[in-house]
Every structure is written in C-alpha cells, then in structure tokens.
Design a binder for this molecule. Structure first.
Ligand SMILES: Cc1cc2nc3c(=O)[nH]c(=O)nc-3n(C[C@H](O)[C@H](O)[C@H](O)COP(=O)(O)OP(=O)(O)OC[C@H]3O[C@@H](n4cnc5c(N)ncnc54)[C@H](O)[C@@H]3O)c2cc1C
Length: 212
C-alpha cells in the first residue's frame, strides 16, 4: 500500500471514476475535479452496454471481463440495477452464418460462454424471414448510465474516501519536472478556473491515465 500519495483526476465521467477507484485501491488519496455540477458527458448519454463479446481474445477481452466484474461488484454493493441479458448476433446470409460458426469455434476454445442457436430457437424473439441462426453470448450486460453516474461518485466517496470538486474547470496543466506522475502539490484558482500548479506538459495526461 502506497502511503501519503495523492492524485488528482480531471473529469468525473466513467473513465475518471474508474481511474479514481483504481488509484484509491493502490493507496492514493484521490480528488476528482469536474467542470460541471454533475457528470454530463458521454458517460450519461450512452447505451449502457457492457459488451465483452466485441473484444478480441487476450488482453482486451480479459480487461473487458474484469471491467464487467467491477461493475457488478459496485452494483451489487449499492443496489445499482443491471441485467445480464447476454447478446444475440443473427445471420440472414450464409456468409454471416459461417462467420458466426467460426466465432463460436474460436470463442468456445477460449472458454467464452457462447452457444450457436438454430433459427427455431430464436423464432419467437426475432423476425425469422430468411434467418439461419445466431450466436448467443452470455457475457453482455445492460446498465442504466444515468443512474450509475449519479450514484457511483457517492459510492467512491463513502467506500474509498475519494473527494469530489464539482463545477471547477481545469485549465493548462503544468507539472514540475520533479513532480511525480499523478501527484499534484497545489491547485491554483482564478477566474478562468483551477490550474494544476507545475509539471511537465508532456505529463499532463497523467491526471487521467496514471497507472499508479
Ligand atoms: C451515443 C453513444 C453511445 C455509447 N454507447 C456505449 C455503450 O453502450 N457501451 C460503452 O461501453 N460505451 C459506449 N459509449 C462510449 C462511452 O460512453 C464513452 O467511451 C465514455 O462515456 C467516455 O467516458 P469519459 O469519462 O472519457 O468521458 P465523459 O463521460 O465525457 O466525461 C468527461 C468529463 O470530464 C469533464 N471535463 C472535461 N474537461 C474538463 C476540464 N477542463 N476540467 C474539469 N472537467 C472537465 C466533463 O465535464 C465530463 O464530466 C457510447 C458513446 C456514445 C456517444
């Protein structure tokens, strides 16, 4: 556990909240700053689909599954709605059906929970004109992004002591050459917003992407 380390995360969208959670679990004292009074960006305007099946095998699929586990852990602990509906990709042409069969073979070999379904099995749920079959995957999950973004900041504050500053825009990050990534010694506020004091320009992204 890292002691006496602090980090500032700019932006309270889902990436900012995920970064804040990860840094906090690594022992950082985290403050999240957002220019709005609440999250209003892409994270509240999306379809809420947690979609591991779209990722290629290896690092990206494993990361997507870990992300889904984190979502479920948080949702279960605070009563956030989600529905593990899975997903269904359907084929109306033989080349599409061939692709689904190839995906099924590869996915099954990798241990993914997928099954090929004949058209008879999905007739009741989809227009079946010309339908040859589909690829069902059990990993996909739907969440309500507006509900999630409204309550996850409170969850991070209560469980991980993450601090939030709302309604404060960050301008012109400048980190001192001696300042470690993810650490900010001071904040300066002026009429245009709050500035991170000091640091390397090339390291300004650290406030959003530090791995600790
Ligand atoms: C129509 C649509 C559908 C989508 N569907 C899905 C989906 O089903 N599944 C999925 O996984 N992804 C989906 N996405 C993508 C997903 O929504 C985004 O990748 C994700 O929300 C990006 O999160 P973010 O935290 O980077 O950005 P944002 O949610 O936009 O958050 C950025 C935050 O930073 C703050 N900010 C910006 N500049 C400053 C500053 N200078 N100072 C302080 N604060 C600042 C903003 O106020 C904002 O709150 C969809 C996207 C769209 C547009």
């Amino acid at each position: 556990m890292v002691q006496n380390k602090s980090a500032i995360v700019v932006g309270a969208g889902i990436l900012g909240l995920a970064t804040a959670r990860a840094l906090s679990l690594k022992g950082f004292s985290v403050t999240v700053i957002d220019r709005s009074e609440k999250a209003v960006g892409a994270s509240v305007r999306n379809f809420g689909m947690l979609w591991p099946v779209g990722q290629p095998d290896g690092i990206l699929y494993n990361r997507a599954m870990r992300s889904k586990t984190v979502w479920k852990d948080i949702a279960d602990s605070i009563g956030l709605w989600y529905d593990e509906v899975g997903s269904l990709h359907v084929a109306y042409h033989t080349d599409e059906w061939t692709v689904l069969q190839e995906l099924h073979t590869g996915f099954s070999a990798g241990g993914r929970p997928v099954q090929l379904m004949g058209s008879d099995e999905i007739l009741q749920r989809f227009n079946s004109n010309g339908l040859l079959g589909g690829l069902y995957s059990a990993t996909e999950t739907i969440v309500d992004p507006r509900e999630a973004m409204a309550v996850i900041p409170a969850y991070l504050h209560e469980y991980l002591d993450v601090q939030f500053i709302w309604g404060q825009a960050i301008t012109t990050p400048r980190l001192a050459s001696s300042t470690p990534i993810c650490r900010c010694s001071a904040l300066q506020s002026d009429s245009r917003g709050m500035r991170l004091s000091s640091s390397r320009r090339s390291r300004s992204r650290a406030s959003r992407s530090c791995n600790g």
